[in-house]
Unconditional design. Structure first.
Length: 374
């Protein structure tokens, strides 16, 4: 009798363990399906926000794939487990494909400066200061310490411009366009400015700054500072994509050009690749690191959103993120060296027929969805 009861208990225990194990596998399988979608959906050539937002956490997703792949091991005898493992491995390959150019083991897209001539150097600092941030003193101290030739600030309103009034004495030229919609922008420069204009490439309330500066050597360089719309729930990326394409078109005819700012996009996205192809500009981060600037308040969810792209007649003397200033972005500092001979050894991406079509469609879509006011 006791033997029968013991056997029944063992059977019940085994049955319970079997059901627990089966339901655990269902949970793991569901996670695998969701993670696989995060790898494959961003391959779609659409501007839907819930697809394009998958461009951002590629590094974080890569770690998730590896972790879940390890969780599949206890279920490896199942056919569904083998299929799920293959899907995750494909996802790992996709994410590595996009991220690899920004790893330090990848080749530099922009060469390291060879000239030490100070007349060829251009030191630039760009930062999204966060409109609601009130720590202007941290920004001023950082600028005093780093001594950039050019400062570009995003998300400035009138309060920020007033709090940073000391910069108007420090820099010979300034062009500010404060707004209360988080798209205000400001430009400060201690080099000769040949022309300057505030422009709305897609919408007037999302301005950019278009300037031509003169280096100490006398060389004129066109600089575009932009801050397009980010992808957000309920709003596609049409305006952001179009603004990047339009900015790329603007500078593509200039031999020496720089585009910088908070682009609200990651370097490994299809949109940024298209921007580089349209503009012909190079990314100095490639081969040097991610230089994640957002979110400065999180240790996990960080992405490289603040950029500086250059023409092939520049080399890089220095690039680094700067300390916390109370914003959700870290500032980015880049020191360039104008070395025209570099154009013979480094080359921007080409714009083929397919890319031209994608660029034209991005601009046309923005014009149809967001027509300019009459």
């Amino acid at each position: 009798m006791n033997s029968t009861i013991t056997t029944e208990k063992k059977t019940e225990t085994a049955s319970g363990a079997f059901h627990w194990r089966r339901w655990l596998w269902y949970v793991v399988l569901l996670v695998c399906v969701i993670l696989s979608l995060t790898a494959f959906l961003p391959l779609l050539l659409v501007d839907w926000w819930w697809v394009r937002i998958g461009d951002f956490p590629r590094l974080q997703l890569l770690f998730c794939y590896v972790f879940v792949l390890l969780a599949i091991i206890p279920f490896c005898k199942r056919l569904s487990a083998k299929i799920a493992a293959l899907a995750l491995c494909a996802g790992i390959g996709i994410q590595l494909f996009w991220i690899f150019p920004y790893l330090t083991i990848a080749p530099n897209e922009v060469e390291t400066a060879q000239s030490s001539n100070p007349e060829t150097r251009l030191r630039i600092m760009t930062a999204n200061v966060l409109q609601k941030n009130t720590n202007a003193s941290a920004v001023l101290k950082l600028i005093d310490r780093e001594q950039p030739d050019i400062v570009v600030l995003c998300e400035v309103n009138q309060r920020w411009i007033s709090d940073l009034a000391a910069l108007e004495n420090k820099y010979a030229y300034h062009l500010t366009h404060p707004l209360e919609n988080t798209y205000g922008i400001a430009f400060y420069c201690n080099l000769p400015v040949k022309s300057a204009e505030v422009r709305g490439l897609v919408k007037k309330d999302i301005p950019s700054i278009d300037v031509t500066i003169q280096l100490r050597s006398g060389k004129e360089v066109r600089l575009f500072a932009i801050h397009p719309n980010p992808p957000r729930p309920g709003e596609d990326t049409t305006k952001r994509d179009a603004e990047l394409v339009l900015a790329g078109r603007e500078v593509s005819q200039n031999k020496s050009a720089i585009v910088l700012g908070d682009l609200n996009d990651v370097g490994w996205s299809r949109t940024t690749n298209l921007f580089q192809e349209v503009s012909g500009l190079l990314d100095p981060r490639k081969g040097r690191g991610l230089f994640a600037t957002f979110d400065a308040t999180s240790w996990i969810w960080r992405y490289p959103l603040d950029y500086l792209f250059v023409s092939d007649d520049f080399r890089v003397a220095e690039i680094r993120t700067l300390p916390y200033i109370g914003s959700d972005h870290f500032p980015l500092l880049v020191e360039l060296s104008y070395e025209p001979e570099a154009a013979a050894t480094q080359e921007g991406p080409d714009l083929d027929v397919g890319d031209q079509k994608d660029a034209a469609e991005a601009v046309q879509s923005a014009r149809e969805k967001h027509p300019a006011p009459e």
